[in-house]
Design a protein around this ligand. Sequence first.
Ligand SMILES: [Ca+2]
Ligand SMILES: [Ca+2]
Ligand SMILES: [Ca+2]
Ligand SMILES: [Ca+2]
Length: 311
Amino acid sequence: MKYVFYCSLFIMAWLRPISAQVIGTSFEDIPCHSGLYFDPLDPETPHPLPNQTEQPILNWPPTSDQLGFNAYYTPYDQASIGLSDGDSVGVTNRNSIVGAFSDGDQGYEISDCDGNFTLEFTPIDLQEFSQASLSIDVWIATTGYEGNGVNNTAQSDRLHIYVQDLDQTQQRDLLNTTGYDINDLDIEGRWLRRSVDISDFNQAQLVVTARNNTAAEAFYLDRIQVEGTLASNSLNQTNPVIFPNPAKNSFTLLGHDQANTLLTLYDVFGHNVWTSDSKSLTHDVSMLHSGLYFLSLVKDQNTRTQKLIIE
Ligand SMILES: [Ca+2]
Ligand SMILES: [Ca+2]
Ligand SMILES: [Ca+2]
Ligand SMILES: [Ca+2]
């Protein structure tokens, strides 16, 4: 009787919707190089911006608990020098303009691109979530910006930050100065927290695209956070129980027929990171990094998915 009582308490606690940080980045724990970034490729053609030895990092791979990002360059309609002349871009701890980063000691800087700089973050799989939001901190350096950002020219600075759903082909703005002189928007010289609801998105990707052309024109990014609440059907009472959850090196799965069940763990990017058809109740996951995962159980073409946190 006691056992049933405690089990009921456990399941009730476990059935509560869980709202928590899904993933993010604050650009901490990434190597930081001072100095300028020099793009070695032709500024007249669009291209990915490759990391250069001992220069600020522009691209970084994702981990199970941190978003990755990749940088791209697109020239003006009349191509200029782009980032070939040496510019302050990428992961930085230079805080002379922002005073302090909004989270930790590092952020991401985009300055003097002489063209268009696009930063794409790792797409996140949100299909298991009923609610989700994405937030970012932005600092726009105080200086004179030109134009209204409509034309793809040097005299038309702009900053556009949005989340796109790669699955449903839609996008939602966090900040878009297109159509305005940045100086008229009262957004310079302080950290701005921008958030957007993406509960209806399946595959969410954060994109930052910037156009500026002097060293004084600088945009900074920090404290990117995706938060979410798991969909209630992922917490179905008939599902097996994962214990402990959060897990450290292993987890035990109770209340399911372990014979002929295929277990797969997916990370928040939708990547398959672990598979097992073991009949054991306890599974070793010590090789996985800490983070949020989805445990998928497939048996007789029926699939159940549950959340697993590894610490
Ligand atoms: Ca930071
Ligand atoms: Ca430049
Ligand atoms: Ca202006
Ligand atoms: Ca300008």
